[in-house]
Design a protein around this ligand. Sequence first.
Ligand code: FPP
Length: 265
Amino acid sequence: MSRSSAISADHKKVFEVPAGLDPLRMPDHIAVIMDGNGRWAKARGLPRIMGHRAGVEALKTTLRLCSDWGIGALTVYAFSTENWSRPGDEVNFLMALFERVLQRELESLQREEVCINFLGDLEALPERLQDLIAEATELTSTNEGIHFNVCTNYGGRRELVLAAQKLAERAAKGDLDPALIDENVFAAELFTSTEVDPDLLIRTSGERRISNFLLWQLAYAEIHVTDVLWPDFDASALTHALLDYQSRCRRFGGLDPIESDHLSS
Ligand code: FPP
């Protein structure tokens, strides 16, 4: 694959990216709904859990590519609050898989300076997994590489309700004037309080839904839906998503620069 790179005007480190991509216009934060593991397995006559196993490999590849291409944060939807309604065997397999992968990959995450965080209602997870999460979070907390956020037992509505509860408690105690609650105060109570909002949401397997993912944070994200099933998501699929992102004109509710020039002349 040929590559391109550039030196930014403010002399920030600029990463080598696949040819065709502008290294100065990479998203700071990518969010991913990793969908299609079950269908990938079914298409091969395999049990669904094999799709989840293959999904882990796609996730490792994506994390490394994002890190190599200078993307600051990757947030993935690993297990939603609704996923508990899946068959017990599948839920147990996923919990055991999270444990195994975390244990196995912790050393390389640390070596590659990844800062890992788990976002969601973590208290409902098996205790052993909670311990591993606490260990990985603590160990990698000062790493200066990519922020890797794994949404586990995560629901966007639940996150908003929890934030509202925390603000209400502070107000009831007299620590917060309700009139001072603005978007910044609200966002500071979310699981993502230390992250910039995602610039790009990628959803695999062709579904065109947000599925209760990062409802607040995705307000202005560009959305890329691909038919690729998550286990098949690779460098070429990520490049495609980034090319799509870079082709968009982000207006954040305003006008694009050409339109505003027309109006003011
Ligand atoms: C959705 O596909 C995928 C999941 C619910 C699980 C995703 C989890 C991983 C890829 C493992 C991540 C591991 C770590 C340690 C973060 P689906 O089962 O809904 O697929 P389908 O729509 O084809 O049935």
